[in-house]
Design a protein around this ligand. Sequence first.
Ligand code: FES
Length: 346
Amino acid sequence: MSIDNHTEHVEFEDPGVPDHRPRKADVDDKADKRAERQTAFLFGLSIVGTLIAVVGYFAIDLGEDVESIQRFTMVLGLGIFLAMIGIGLGAIHWAKTLMRDHEMVEERHEMRSSDEAREGAIQDLKDGVVDSGLGGPKRRTLLKGSLITALAIAPLSVLVPQIGSMGGDWNVSKFRHTMWTAGTRLARDPDGTPIKASDVTIGSVFHVIPEGLNDLEHHLIEEKAKAVVLLIRLDPKDLNVQPGREDWSFDGIVAYSKICTHVGCPVALYEQQTHHLLCPCHQSTFDVANGAKVVFGPAKRPLPQLPIAVDDDGYIVAQRDFEEPVGPSFWERLQGDDSTAEEVDH
Ligand code: FES
C-alpha cells in the first residue's frame, strides 16, 4: 500500500483590491477643514489634560484622610488620561481623515532591500511629511502647532508629580504604628469574628484583622491596610523561637504582618510542609519556622511579628503593637536619618 504525499494545488483568480473610495475630506474642502479642526481639538484636549494634572498636583491639598487622597489621585488620573488619550485619538483621526489615502502593494523581496527600494523608502518618508501637512505646500499650521504643544507638554503630566514627590516631607509616623494595642483580639478577615486558640489547628492559616476594625468609619479603612496579619499554627517542635521573643507566640501559634517587606504586596501563599510564606509579586519567601526570615527573593528583612497571647476566655489577643514599621524596608531605612527619626518619634 502506498501513501500519496502529493498535495494538489488549486489555482484561483486573484480577486484584487476593491475599488478605491475617496474619503469626504479628499473631495470636500469643508470636510477637510472640519477634520483638521477635530484633530486639533483632540490635541487641545491633551493639552487641557496636562494642565489639569499639573495644576491639580499643586492646587489640591493632600490631607491625611482617604477622601482627599482619592480626590487627588482622581484629578491626577483624569489629567494624565486626557493628556494621553488626546494625543492618541488625535493621531488616529488625523491618519484616518487627512493623511494620504492611496493603496500600496508591497511585493515580497529579499531581506536586504535593493538600493532602489531604499531610496523609495526615503522618498516615501519625505512624501509622508508632505502628506501629513508638516511640510510641503499645504502646511497645516494649526495641526502642527497643537500637536507639537501637546507632545511637548504631555510628559509634564507624569514628570511633575514624580519630581514633586521626590522632595516631599513624608509623615513617616503614620506608617510606624498600627491599631494593634494590648488586649485587642485577633479576628477573622473579613467577617471580624474573634479567634480562639482552639480554632487554630496545626498547619492552618487565618487572615486576621483587629477586632472592631470593620466598625470603623470609612475614612479609617487605611488602618486595615496596615494592620492585616497572618496567623499560623506550627507544630511547636518545628518552631525555632527567636531570641527575645520567647513569649511572643502561643503553643506554636505565631502572627506576622501580611504586608511584604519588599514593596508591600500581601503575602498570602503558605506552604505547610516547608513552613514557607510566599509573596506572589516577586517571589520573596519567608520562613515562618525561623522568625519569618527571608530565604529567597528581593525582600531585605523578615516580616514583622505581632506578639500574641491568649486571654481568659481563650481568645488570641495582641500583647501590643508591632515593634517595627510594617511594610517595605524603606521606612526602616528612614530611621537612620536624624531629621526623619525625630519625625518618627513624635
Ligand atoms: S512585594 Fe513581595 S516580593 Fe515584592
